[in-house]
Write a protein that binds this ligand. Structure first.
Ligand SMILES: C[S@@+](CC[C@H](N)C(=O)[O-])C[C@H]1O[C@@H](n2cnc3c(N)ncnc32)[C@H](O)[C@@H]1O
Length: 285
């Protein structure tokens, strides 16, 4: 790095170093912080806001889609808990928003146990603060591209009994896993130990999004961990191999609903950023 580059880097980071925890590089966008900005949160820095604004310039509905994605997972886990499932693993948790997964499922049954997993240090920091002294809830820093490590983690083995149904969430996260990293193999590794009656709650950025939105995100995130892979409906459907889809199937996230309660204002047009969502269930013989 030249002196000029270093000075420019220092200039960019100095004002923000006070706000970011150790291990967070404020020069590299993070998907957790870009999403936080879209949801109206405060845990983001200039480089994240720049990515989000580039997206919003071509896909103004991205905020509404992010909110619909939160609503989807809350409705989905509430339903799964009502089916009697008491254990949840949330892969790619993100920065906390209200209501959280554990608050939602514990309203159904206080016996619910939840493990949050994310590879982002900012998310880990929040988890440490928020989840301290909460028996039955844990947050770990882990990478879903290494399923064996997650499944062997003492927090997971301590809280989750795979002989009983479990709900695994992969919401808005698998599009950060590149094809070469084998997303279907990752889902299959979590599917393998799941007992009948277990569920997969998943949403994914779609190749059917507008080409401008895809191009802007590619440009703004190239080479960073926030870079995404947009996949077709057929490709995402194949991630549900070994599950039966419940409810409306794999549909745009704002259209996934089991009831007519809980309405968000409808999105006007076909969203330019399209996220599809689905819930799969391991068949009970
Ligand atoms: C767009 S946010 C989605 C957050 C939350 N699941 C939701 O939908 O509200 C994506 C999250 O996935 C996390 N993530 C991305 N790649 C990951 C990986 N390989 N392992 C674990 N977490 C990952 C990011 O750090 C970020 O917090």
């Amino acid at each position: 790095m030249t002196t000029e580059q270093w000075q420019a880097r220092k200039w960019v980071t100095m004002s923000e170093l006070e706000r970011v925890p150790p291990g967070v590089d404020p020069n590299v966008p993070s998907s957790a912080r870009v999403y936080d900005y879209l949801l109206g949160g405060k845990d983001n820095v200039a480089v994240d806001r720049a990515v989000a604004e580039r997206l919003l310039a071509v896909a103004p509905d991205a905020r509404a889609v992010a909110r619909a994605n939160r609503r989807f997972q809350i409705e989905a886990v509430r339903h799964v808990a009502r089916q009697g499932v008491r254990q949840f693993i949330d892969l790619g948790t993100g920065i906390p928003t209200a209501p959280s997964i554990h608050q939602t499922v514990r309203e159904v049954s206080p016996a619910c146990r939840v493990v949050y997993v994310d590879h982002d240090p900012m998310v880990r920091l929040h988890a440490q603060v928020l989840l301290a002294d909460q028996p039955g809830v844990a947050g770990i820093q882990g990478d879903l591209r290494r399923p064996a490590d997650i499944l062997a983690d003492p927090h997971v083995t301590g809280l989750i009994d795979f002989d009983q149904p479990v709900c695994v969430l992969m919401v808005g996260v698998l599009h950060f896993v590149m094809d070469a990293e084998d997303p279907p193999g990752i889902v299959a590794a979590f599917r393998k130990p799941m007992a009948p009656g277990s569920h997969l709650v998943l949403s994914h950025a779609m190749a059917e999004s507008s080409p401008e939105a895809i191009a802007q995100l590619r440009l703004a995130t190239a080479g960073s961990p926030a870079q995404g892979a947009f996949r077709s409906h057929g490709e995402v459907l194949r991630l549900f191999d070994g599950f039966e889809l419940i409810g409306p199937g794999l549909v745009p996230v704002q259209d996934w609903r089991l009831t007519n309660d809980d309405h968000l204002p409808p999105l006007d047009d076909t969203p330019r950023l399209r996220l599809d969502a689905g819930v799969g269930r391991v068949p009970v013989q």
